[in-house]
Design a protein around this ligand. Structure first.
Ligand SMILES: *Cc1c(COP(=O)(O)O)cnc(C)c1O
Length: 361
């Protein structure tokens, strides 16, 4: 495929990656036991800690984010204890499945799709039953809901032995998350959402007490075992061969992101969200997510006009060279998503919205 044939991605992952970051992947290869690699790893640690607002270590995994779901569940939940999963969309549902698939005793606290988890309900659940951990999705990419993680963390912290694990796969670097201030024990993310990197690398910031607990847990697996990752991290290294090209891309992208400034980056996402909401409502569509909890990184449009989303995507690819989302899982078609995340800017957003206007006409 030539560059001219490239359809720009307007998807909630993988997202469009800027050319300079694609090029960063083509740097000559280094060996991961060479000092040059340790330097790259150490540089990334510093930048990732800033990005997660944490003093904790950040593991780097040659996998997508799902792998670190497995790592968090296996290393952070004891065999004889239960875990509470907050479920309200496709991704939170799948993380609960992953915990079960790894033999954990899972309870789910469910809210209807499109709704957010309320701290009060979490507090009630924690009063009724003791849990080793609460697992929550920060930004539920299927429904376009951002959960009030900060407030839920306050509730979880009332229970000394209950840890708080957060999937911030599509929130990280697009909307506020402060690991240490908020009291999060594991914050995990992928590369291909608001981070605006190619897929294939994932990151987890992990607290000391998770590692202490992990030492008491058998059958943590190997590839995503936090204790194995920790041993290597102490030497600025990884246990297995890491995705070095993607780490080079992350190194360069974090410079751009930290240079933009995290607060400014969040503000840019908010501004794009407001613009997207205004367009959505003025064109007679609805907003799927509950008011007050609508995501800064992705708007899930309620397809109240009943447009043919497949035809919409086809039109957009043909006329604008842009690939569109057509909804996720159980709400595909009934919704479609407008992702305003990563390196999307107002110009790109307006190009998409103008294209959609042409389709609607
Ligand atoms: C995309 C996504 C995932 C899955 O991440 P992978 O990197 O594809 O494994 C998990 N959680 C959320 C909220 C997501 O948006």
């Amino acid at each position: 495929m030539s560059r001219a044939d490239h359809k720009r991605l307007f998807l909630p992952g993988p997202v469009e990656v800027r050319p300079a970051i694609l090029r960063a992947q083509t740097a000559p290869m280094i060996g991961h036991r060479m000092p040059e690699f340790a330097a790259l790893f150490a540089r990334l640690q510093d930048k990732l800690k800033s990005a997660f607002f944490t003093q904790n270590r950040v593991y780097i995994s040659g996998s997508s984010g799902s792998g670190l779901w497995e790592g968090a569940s296996r290393c952070g939940i004891r065999a004889d204890k239960k875990v509470l999963h907050l479920v309200g969309g496709a991704f939170s549902e799948r993380w609960a499945l992953v915990s079960r698939a790894n033999g954990k005793q899972v309870d789910c606290l469910e809210v209807p799709w499109g709704c957010a988890h309320k701290p009060g309900l979490v507090a009630e659940a924690l009063d009724k039953q003791t849990y080793d951990a609460v697992c929550a999705v920060h930004n539920e990419t299927s429904t376009g809901v951002t959960n009030p993680i900060r407030e839920i963390a306050q509730v979880v912290r009332q229970h000394a032995d209950t840890f708080f694990f957060v999937d911030t796969v599509s929130g990280f670097l697009g909307t506020e998350l402060r690991m240490d201030d908020w009291g999060i024990d594991v914050a995990l993310t992928s590369s291909q959402k608001a981070f605006a990197l190619p897929p294939g690398i994932a990151f987890a910031a992990v607290s000391d007490r998770v590692l202490e607990r992990a030492q008491t847990i058998e059958n943590r697996g190997y590839y995503f075992d936090f204790l194995t990752l920790e041993k290597s991290l102490q030497k600025n290294n990884t246990p297995a061969t890491p995705p070095i090209a993607l780490m080079n891309a992350a190194d360069a992208q974090l410079d751009i992101i930290l240079d933009e400034g995290l607060e400014d980056r969040w503000a840019r996402h908010r501004q794009m969200r407001d613009h997207t909401h205004a367009w959505t409502l003025s064109r007679g569509f609805g907003l799927y997510a509950q008011a007050g909890y609508r995501s800064d990184t992705v708007t899930t449009v309620a397809n109240t006009r009943g447009i043919d989303v497949a035809a919409m995507d086809k039109f957009m690819q043909r006329e604008c060279g842009i690939a569109m989302d057509t909804g996720y899982g159980a709400i595909k078609g009934q919704t479609f998503r407008l992702p305003h995340m990563g390196d999307v800017d107002m110009d790109m957003l307006n190009e998409v919205l103008d294209g959609l206007d042409a389709f609607l006409a």
